[in-house]
Design a protein around this ligand. Structure first.
Ligand SMILES: [Zn+2]
Ligand SMILES: [Zn+2]
Length: 164
């Protein structure tokens, strides 16, 4: 596999007892599909509440920047090192605000710096943060559904009364 920007062959980057492919000039790290989960298990620590609060703040700022960048949509689209299809811009994970280039079939291309940020994110409890966010979102959806149900019930009653 070759680096999509400098065209040099990828080199093996030793990482946590495994290996990843990376650009020899240090531009990109390639995370093949399915390789992310074992790493996140190996890196993650149990964070304190205070750690999580500061991580959350940091991620929120990055997520905003990523959302802005995606909206502008001006960054070049890199080609997948495996299939050479143009990749989509996408956050590397739902939480964390790290932008990646994604081939739906083969994996993620991440800038070296973004990769380091991601490792730091996981080490400081990123997965816990993602889980917390998901729980909050699910609770919010449940609240919205309940409110909609109540509105509907009230509407039913109204139409029932009016039809008499
Ligand atoms: Zn390169
Ligand atoms: Zn591909």
């Amino acid at each position: 596999m070759k680096c999509p920007t400098c065209s040099r062959a990828f080199v093996r980057l030793p990482f946590l007892g495994r290996e990843l492919d990376a650009c020899p000039r240090g531009e990109w790290v390639w995370i093949a599909r399915g390789r992310l989960a074992p790493f996140s298990k190996a890196i993650q620590r149990r964070p304190s509440r205070r750690d999580l609060a500061s991580l959350e703040k940091e991620c929120a700022a990055r997520e905003k920047a990523v959302a802005r960048a995606l909206k502008r949509g001006t960054a070049p689209h890199q080609r997948c090192p495996e299939c050479e299809e143009r990749m989509a811009h996408q956050p590397l994970s739902r939480v964390g605000g790290i932008l990646a280039h994604c081939c739906i079939n083969h994996g993620f291309l991440v800038a070296r710096k973004g990769f380091e940020t991601f490792v730091d994110f996981l080490a400081r409890g990123g997965e816990t943060l993602a889980r917390q966010r998901l729980t909050k979102r699910v609770a919010q959806i449940a609240r919205e559904a309940k409110a909609a149900q109540e509105r509907e019930a009230a509407g039913d009653l109204f139409s029932l009364l009016m039809s008499r």
